[in-house]
Design a protein around this ligand. Structure first.
Ligand code: NAP
Length: 294
């Protein structure tokens, strides 16, 4: 069994990006810039935004956080998004989700200039992904494809079973792996909570992607010998021996599933570690496209 090391792979990708940014700076050009819009004081969102800013700084990119009061009106937020759509120093715009209940998330995402949609959530990005055109890929599915590619895991003709159909993980990763392209071209099955006998599907997976949000839900009897298992889940379970009183586990019962696998991602240190690296990649891609047009 080989561990798919997200930390190591993400570090490689970030290193490659840092080198590209350094070359851009050597040519006397401005750095790529990312603006993150954070509404309210959700502690998890603040942690994510801080990590994004720290990573931008490490890679030589500009970053800015617009911290807004939870009570901001939808109109004011839309105005701010439109301001950054035209702001030349920022090439990527990320609105940290979730937004407060009085704000329509779809409306805000749709207001982002698709050329700066580094989260890949705009309907234009989603549509381009589905029809196989060049698109900003949502960062977690992008990270999964990149892990498979960098470990030379064949996807062509393989049966991929995705458990979960969310718009941020399940649907986009299934659509990506379905494309008639290098690093994809798989036969894809998507399962969800209405699947009558989940095990019947998962047992036939050459590559099993679990994006469920339920701790240790995928057990050893659900996995074929030699399968590749990608665990997207991030779940807190009580653990009084841990300093914080909890620990993070995936959707896969790692201890019992890992011995059966050819490859498996750990949690933490697997898919989760890739997400910010892919955001940085999208920001650099946005920069290159926007600056090339000038
Ligand atoms: N960077 C990262 O690593 C990253 C990024 C995003 C999410 N995550 C983690 O990945 C997990 C999934 O996230 P998400 O946003 O996709 O979650 P989500 O929106 O809650 O979607 C979960 C999906 O799992 C399906 N599901 C739930 N119970 C099931 C069951 N018993 N059998 C089969 N399918 C079942 C649901 O089916 P229905 O559609 O029928 O409800 C749904 O499609 C979470 O743990 C989340 O924290 C990690």
């Amino acid at each position: 069994m080989i561990l798919l090391d997200g930390n190591k792979t993400a570090a490689e990708i970030k290193n490659e990006i840092a080198q590209k940014v350094a070359r851009i700076r050597e040519e006397g050009k401005k750095s790529p810039g990312l603006v993150t819009i954070l509404v309210g004081d959700n502690p998890a969102s603040q942690v994510y935004v801080n990590k994004k800013n720290k990573t931008c700084a490490e890679l030589g990119m500009i970053s800015k956080t617009e911290k807004l009061d939870a009570g901001i009106s939808e109109d004011e937020l839309l105005k701010l998004v439109r301001y950054y759509n035209d702001a030349a120093e920022y090439h990527g715009i990320l609105v940290q989700l979730p937004l407060p209940a009085h704000i329509d998330e779809d409306k805000v995402i749709e207001a982002i200039n698709p050329a700066k949609d580094v989260d890949g959530f705009h309907p234009v990005s989603v549509g381009n992904l589905v029809i196989g055109k060049e698109a900003f890929l949502p960062c977690t599915p992008f990270g999964i494809l990149e892990l498979l590619k960098r470990y030379n895991i064949e996807t062509k003709g393989k049966h991929v079973v995705v458990v979960g159909r969310s718009n941020i993980v399940g649907k986009p990763v299934a659509n990506l792996l379905l494309q008639k392209k290098e690093g994809a071209n798989a036969v894809v099955t998507v399962c969800h909570s209405a699947a009558p006998d989940l095990k019947k599907f998962t047992l036939s997976a050459d590559i099993l992607i679990a994006a469920i949000g339920r701790a240790n839900y995928v057990t050893a009897d659900m996995v074929k010998d030699g399968a590749v298992v990608i665990d997207v889940g991030i779940n807190r379970v009580e653990d009084h021996s841990a300093a914080k009183g909890y620990r993070i586990v995936g959707d896969v019962d790692f201890e019992n599933v890992a011995p059966k696998c050819s490859y498996i991602t750990p949690v933490p240190g697997g898919v989760g570690a890739m997400t910010i690296a892919m955001l940085m990649q999208n920001t650099l891609s946005a920069y290159i496209k926007i600056e090339e047009k000038k």
